[in-house]
Design a protein. Sequence first.
Length: 483
Amino acid sequence: MADEDLFSNPFFQSLQQRFPDMYADASENQLLICVPQRSSCSALARALERPDAALHVLKESPYFQGEYVSYEGEASVEIDDNAITTGHGYPVPKTVSILGEELFYNTEYKPFRVICISEPLSSAVAAPPPPAASHAASRNAAVANGVPSSSSSSSSSSSSSPPEEDIPFPEERSLAAARDFFLSNTINRIVLRKVDQQAYMLLERYLLVRGYESDAAKRVRLLVDKAADNLACATPSFRKDALSLPFRELVECYVLGVMYPKMFSSIRSLYAPEDKEVLRRCRRAIYISQSNLDIPKELQCDQHEAIAELSRLDEYKSPCAKMHCIKRVNDLITRAVATATNNTGVITSDEQIPLWIFVVLKAAPPHLHSNSVYISHFSCSDVATTELGFLLVCFQAASSYILSEQFSSLPGLLAPSLVSSDGSVPRAERRAEKERRVFEGHRPQSAASVARSGANPTLSRSGRSFTMANMRSLDPQRVGGLA
């Protein structure tokens, strides 16, 4: 379509201002509104009369497909092959080109079509030749009260709009931050209200079933994509950033934030056994040290900040927000090692996983496996080749290791009988275990030292290596559905 802003089109403005009843009826009943392009309608718009306006508001003929009748029912046109041919009731027989089409929404959130045509239907005004670009309709969604969606393509124009300024995206990834950002344009209030309705409708009509999370994820992604398109259409300043990662993340934060309470509750119910087992195993590791995990001595340091951040994982609602939490945890791990080694310690990928396992064991998130499933299936941002994608693999590798058989061979674990099924360790049992360890002069041993002593020859370092290659050999079903 030509570079036409329908909201500022003089004919469209005259129709709304002079005949608000006709425009309201057209939007309410989802009629078709034909708007001549600006260069062809200036004279008509200045002296627009009701009969001329009515000839540009069309409703489908009840008798013939492809035929429309005017608003007053006194004239007819045929629409075919991106062109409108006037029939009886119009002053001059003519065929005008359709330059583009946009969707608008009325106050009931129902769509109605507005098409831009090359010249008026009711006048013999000569029109400039149509642009060489394709006349295929651009059906981008828009918002009620005459806010256009967007132009499908741009062409050179003498009245070009000034360049749009860059929008500063908020750093926080949360439902509140996303809502505040989008409501910087008040018209988006209507779009967000519609998104809320669609999200609640999806939650009511779709039952989440274990093993079929991918089907639900497709529906959620469609909802996120539609919300992103509508927000970009309603706010011109969003359009050039509509495909950027920060914009998509904020849309995801809003949509998934709205759906989170019911959706995550369903996921927790489906994966409650795995969550309980992970928590129980984390409680067995309350006395585990970094040496037990074969973390090099020069990299061993206090990780309480990373542990505290990971323990807050359930507070974040969208997969994007949870992945940014994981990134902050990794940053805190790296910073702690750098501080302890005076910036001389370098963490390789094979050393990163044991550090992650240690932090996960100490943080003991109550719904670790459910979070892994939720993030891996319902993330709507393509992060597979980014740093976030790599850190997600580290996080899920730690979760996978805790649920693997290799974990049971880890030295320094509490006996299974000391930990209840819900993952709690009775205070008396904990005190007795601590006194026993002090009495026996217990010192945590690494797997390698146990293997060298011959106490358990199956605990060799190669037998429980934390390399990325070894992590891939674990059961992929325990890594939140990622192979």
